[in-house]
Design a protein around this ligand. Sequence first.
Ligand SMILES: [Zn+2]
Ligand SMILES: [Zn+2]
Length: 148
Amino acid sequence: MIIDIKKLKQSGKDECSFHFETVLDSDVITLPGAEFSSPTSVTGVLTLSGKNAYLSGEIAYSLKAQCSRCLSEFIYEGVVPFDEEFSENPQSDETYKFSKGLVDLTEMVREKLIISMPQAVLCNEDCKGICPGCGVNLNETQCKCNKE
Ligand SMILES: [Zn+2]
Ligand SMILES: [Zn+2]
């Protein structure tokens, strides 16, 4: 996930759009038991201003995850927006560093995912979960535990 700013400048532009499909290491997954179900997509626009580059866009990922209420497996789709500054001489921790005219998005994407990934997910907001009495998945089966 590298954007060559030198080439962009040579072409006389100060803006470009980008799109990457990337397979990230699973150590960015903070959701217990989950794994990536497809490559992560990173889409956005880079704008040059002075010596710095501003990148905004979004990261879209999908995980094979387990519902924390009913324990069934499902695909969780997450989207993380970003709006970040890159500099060859960062003045603060908020700014990412790049060098040799090459902006590498990998670290930023990894950090955004680690920060934003949920600790628990539901297959559906209305997931009925598992019956504490008999253990059936209440989304699939209606049990008689609560009926006297
Ligand atoms: Zn569920
Ligand atoms: Zn039951």
